[in-house]
Design a protein around this ligand. Sequence first.
Ligand SMILES: [Zn+2]
Length: 471
Amino acid sequence: MTFFSFMRGLTGALYRERRFTAEQLRAHRDERLRTLIEHAKTRTRLGAEKLAHIDTSLPINLAQIRPTSKAELLERFEDSIVDGVPTLEEVKRHVAEHGGGTHLCRGRFTVATTSGTTGRVGYFISDRKDFAEQNGALLARILRHRLAPRDVLRFSFGRRYRMAMTIATGGAFITRLVADVRPFLTGAFVDTQTFDIMAPTEALVHQLNLFRPHYLHGYPTMVEALAHERLLGRLAIDPEFISLGSEPVSRRALSAIARAFPRAQIAETYGATECVAIANQCSAGRMHVNEDLAIIEPVDAMGRPVPVGVASDKVYLTNLVNRAQPLLRYELSDSITLLGDDCPCGSPMRSVRIEGRADDTIFLADASGQFSAHPPVPFEVVFLGVAGLRQYQLVHERQNQLLVRVVSEDGVDAAEVARGASQALTAYLARARLDAEVEVSVELTDSLERTAAGHKLRQIYSKVPRPALAG
Ligand SMILES: [Zn+2]
């Protein structure tokens, strides 16, 4: 039963945070790591290779384990999974047929896709029980200082608590899984509704206005676009709680959201498709790493650990929960700064600062010159659906002129892929009733250059200044 896994995750996460000292928490983490290493070493080929020299009877030094990149994981997908877990071929077929989401592969495995910050499509698989456990723990950490009995009572009588999840409902996206695999929340007290971010903004705004959520969850860039709508007066909701997830939050997005929704408490969550609950915000406003669920190592471009207070070039992630596809020192291209251990909230977990997402929100003008905000995530959804696409970049070159750079998979007709990308983007613009106003061009290329400033590909960016109201 996933319900029990969910509850175990939720109660365990609450208990450990409230009762454990930092030492106890780290001992718990180390024990989980030891178990994961033994499991990966004996049950996967990649683990057997990378972990053969690790003696789990001794204290474990992660630096002795060779990191894994997304490209390596994709190329060696079959070597990364334990017996009985679907192969990459089957996973791809499953996503193509069912779009992932709540439809479990072989009735047991959750499948999620991402393009992440490398612009390359990745597939991740998890046993539904492990996923439910992570998901329960995530909820406990989102509500960490708010899960008080009086709050629950406030919502149980008199009014139902309305939760709006603005997510990509169509694809195999991790937030979709998080929204749907919450069995008890859909019960008597809470009315959870999902809102498709692929719907035209006008329709999304209309539906949210009808629903009037107390709680709004979304990608920060998506909620930033909604903030823009709120400031323009088209969106009329007044949520008391906003959670932001799936991508790092930029200062610009946060200030726009706080300005548009002054009554709302804002809780950031930092996660990745590879691990949904990496860090969550506390009542003091800091992000604490969920050290009992994941280990993150901020490192420089060469993979060396960076000291406290210094922003990393990338991060190695170890997911302590997922056993179907064990991920040890998996490379994420996010930038993180470790902070000191002195948070006033008293959490035993380390706090970090996460640098904002490098992708831009694109502002497009309609025929009457009115701007609408187009955050990166819907564009990702658009391009993830293009067959044979290996990598892409979307550039807002001049006002209402979009350029797509496309790298195709080996052995497919590149011109066909370019046509697919162009059609998919045009269809998106048509839904937003902007196809007549916005010009799309596609360029085929062998590889996408990375910007000099960092190691992140600026996958979606705008060369056009923002309209004034967007903040
Ligand atoms: Zn704190």
